[in-house]
Design a protein around this ligand. Structure first.
Ligand SMILES: C[S@@+](CC[C@H](N)C(=O)[O-])C[C@H]1O[C@@H](n2cnc3c(N)ncnc32)[C@H](O)[C@@H]1O
Length: 398
């Protein structure tokens, strides 16, 4: 064995040499010595955050911008290659900037009498007490110290809660799960916290599902000028700029389409983004998200109609798809095998497949290609900056 150069970063974040040796926190251009020591090269930079390597929130802060974009790009290209597919036109990766993530789930517990709050440690259930964070948006981070102080007022030795933070139009929505709130004192502490920090909503889930205890006006998120009510736990793209990059792909690639199906439509972000120049049918299985989208569509000048439907059990059939000249689909991490099997046999001219999992996307992409489609364009998107989580938009033409 000799010294070798790290040539790329593997899916889980390790640096890899040509011969397949790997090393943690190694960047392309680093040297991996015979003894297994990593000698930093030009793309290995000092991590901005003091918690890096302990906190499980980030795996790649040691990469400079070029290698980070390379990683996001390679994840998508290699997933496609693994299924025998070549994307001819791979657009430059979009990377969300630091401090832009608008939703995050933090964890809190009492340890040795102190409240700790943050992401879980890498490969462990321990919580890394967050004193700084370079990924979550400033309004979310600004709540961490006040949350710590507020939770310290809760009595009892044991405290363990999950805290979901989401940036809505009106401010931050905070949903706390697992916190036992008994008596007037803790209730007042929560309400004071919500008022003092001008929360958009404070919801508690004590085992019966989330219940809002503070929401001065209905919390919304706005898509293409259309405010849509934000139900508890509804899906939202992780960053506003990442969302804009994905919607822009759909708008650019579907120019001229007149009837579009937006499958796995959530609150209707793609539907509203496309509904100014085409009729869009938004199809979604979550009843709360469907109703929020339908109600917003009723007030919007955009041409959006909504259907409540489970596309895993009941995918749109080939004859139903014949009504559309384009389809956008943005399924959960598992992909959309059943729906894609129908699309593969359809005559839909253009399909924009948006994915948060290059592996399931590549598997589904191979089905589309076997059905006669060609992978025309790909745009890798790194909304989860410095993590190994990669998203993408892709265009298939028949
Ligand atoms: C990745 S999100 C995309 C949401 C939306 N396109 C957006 O950009 O905000 C996936 C969506 O699929 C929905 N979903 C999950 N399983 C589904 C199913 N079986 N049928 C239809 N929709 C489903 C989820 O509720 C979620 O809203």
């Amino acid at each position: 064995m000799t010294d070798e150069i790290i040539v790329r970063v593997a899916a889980r974040g390790d640096g890899l040499t040509e011969s397949g040796r790997h090393a943690a926190y190694a960047a392309p251009g680093d040297t991996l010595t015979e003894a297994g020591v990593v000698i930093a090269g030009p793309h290995n930079v000092a991590a901005p955050c003091r918690h890096f390597t302990r906190c499980g929130g980030c795996q790649l802060q040691h990469l400079d911008e070029t290698s980070l974009a390379g990683f996001v790009n390679d994840r998508v290209v290699h997933a496609a290659q693994g299924q025998g597919l070549t994307a001819k036109d791979v657009e430059p990766a979009h990377l969300s900037p630091p401090r832009s993530r608008r939703r995050a789930t933090l964890h809190a517990e009492r340890a040795h009498g102190q409240i700790v709050i943050g992401f879980r440690a890498a490969g462990s259930h321990k919580i890394v007490d967050m004193r700084e964070c370079h990924v979550i948006a400033e309004p979310l981070f600004a709540l961490v110290a006040p949350l710590r102080a507020m939770l310290a007022k809760f009595p009892g030795k044991r405290l363990a809660a999950d805290i979901q933070l989401t940036l809505a139009d009106q401010g931050v929505v905070v949903e706390i799960k697992g916190l036992a709130v008994e008596g007037l004192g803790p209730t007042e502490a929560l309400l004071d916290f919500a008022r003092d920090h001008r929360l958009a909503r404070l919801a508690l889930d004590q085992g019966y599902g989330p219940e809002a205890m503070w929401e001065p006006e209905p919390a919304t998120v706005t898509f293409a000028g259309t405010p849509v009510a934000l139900p508890h736990g509804a899906f939202l793209q992780a960053t506003a700029d990442g969302e804009a990059a994905l919607y822009q792909c759909a708008r650019d690639w579907l120019k001229g389409a007149s009837a579009i199906a937006d499958l796995f439509s959530g609150l209707g972000g793609f539907a509203f983004a496309l509904g100014d120049r085409a009729r869009v049918l938004a199809v979604e299985a979550s009843r709360d998200a469907h109703l929020a989208c339908r109600s917003a569509a009723g007030r919007s000048p955009r041409h959006v109609e909504c259907v409540h439907r489970d596309l895993y059990r009941n995918p749109m059939q080939v004859d139903e798809l014949a009504r559309f000249d384009a389809v956008v689909l943005d399924p959960p991490r598992a992909g959309a095998r059943e729906q894609v099997a129908m699309l593969a046999h359809s005559a839909v001219e253009r399909i924009v497949y948006v994915s948060c999992n290059p592996s399931s996307w590549a598997r589904d992409a191979a089905l589309l290609v076997a059905g006669g489609y060609r992978l025309a364009k790909v745009r890798p998107v790194g909304q989860f900056r410095w993590s190994t989580h990669v998203e993408l938009a892709s265009l298939f033409l028949c």
